[in-house]
Design a protein around this ligand. Structure first.
Ligand code: SF4
Length: 325
């Protein structure tokens, strides 16, 4: 064992340092949430890589559950399904909590609003869901996945208030700090807007996790690393890296099948992640170094099938650089 290894600050270590024990994130998916990039508010169809029911009708929860045929947006006048959403939240949380307790003896939890855009709903609905989640046994905080065009001063002020006693994180999808790339992926947001709202979020003392995608159309390694540099300038607290992969029933599928999109190679992805991790300031934690998809919806690149294998390769390469993940 090399004693000179430098430990990378993972989010697990960050939580252990702060709370003295392991903290588990519990992913939640609430029916009725969508995204302004899907419902036509800023665009139709979503980001080109996004698997959503506008391209894949059998993903729609409508097939299984007529109760949730509606989709929320911030202007929805009367959310008549709120009680059902609250029940859904409770059921999902306690089911996962039980599994984590049995498997890992987990004691502390963060409720992670993961699917779609979790601030894209009437403010009252958001307040009801967030406060309900914070009232669950052993929950110490929230992590809320969203877009920078779906937060408001009102939402951030409310979260700032919650942050006085709870651990509140906002996870922003950045993906790229190049407007031309954001256009290519039909992101429906701009780098100027991302900067504005991340700076605002940080000014309110909230924790920010940034999500970056490596391998976006026509991006070179230099561009990916520049995106990281621009992201770090915003004093974010944590980061997630994700390779761009093609799943069926997305806009990217047809581009890929026509040869108009070439996925990033495993070698380039690993090299870019390693270079990225090496430049992180010591206070920025790493939440994810890759993602994988182990089912037949993955079209390419096939090296994304085995996430575990990829993580091992990244860990091994980091070790060679004197870094322990
Ligand atoms: S922002 Fe997220 S949910 Fe919305 S279209 Fe893009 S990937 Fe899909």
């Amino acid at each position: 064992m090399n004693n000179n290894l430098k430990e990378i600050l993972t989010i697990g270590k960050y939580f252990r340092n702060k709370f003295g024990q392991k903290v588990y994130k519990v992913p939640i998916s609430i029916s009725g949430f969508t995204c302004p990039n899907i419902d036509g508010t800023v665009a139709h169809g979503g980001c080109t890589f996004c698997e959503n029911d506008s391209f894949s009708p059998n993903l729609s929860e409508n097939n299984n559950n007529n109760k949730f045929k509606f989709k929320l947006n911030p202007l929805t006048k009367d959310n008549i399904y709120l009680n059902k959403q609250l029940k859904q939240l409770q059921m999902q949380f306690y089911a996962s909590k039980k599994v984590l307790e049995n498997k890992f003896k987990a004691e502390k939890f963060i409720v992670y609003f993961q699917s779609f855009t979790n601030t894209y709903a009437p403010f009252d609905t958001l307040k009801a869901l967030y406060s309900k989640a914070l009232g669950f046994d052993d929950v110490i905080g929230l992590s809320i996945g969203t877009r920078t065009d779906c937060v408001t001063d009102e939402i951030l002020d409310y979260l700032q208030d919650l942050g006085k006693t709870k651990e509140i994180w906002i996870e922003y999808g950045i993906q790229s700090f190049y407007d031309k790339t954001l256009e290519k992926i039909n992101r429906g947001d701009s780098t100027a807007n991302m900067r504005k709202w991340i700076i605002k979020t940080k000014s309110k003392g909230l924790n920010v996790c940034a999500h970056l995608i490596y391998g976006l159309p026509d991006e070179t390694q230099e561009m990916m690393l520049e995106t990281l540099k621009q992201t770090l300038k915003l004093n974010i607290d944590s980061i997630k890296f994700h390779p761009l992969y093609v799943v069926k029933n997305t806009i990217l599928t047809s581009k890929f099948l026509k040869g108009k999109f070439i996925p990033i190679s495993e070698k380039l992805y690993i090299d870019t992640v390693i270079k990225s991790i090496k430049t992180l300031p010591s206070n920025v934690s790493v939440q994810r170094v890759t993602a994988g998809i182990d089912d037949n919806s993955l079209l390419a690149p096939l090296w994304c099938k085995n996430k575990h294998n990829l993580i091992q390769k990244i860990k091994k390469t980091l070790l060679q650089e004197g870094l322990k993940y």
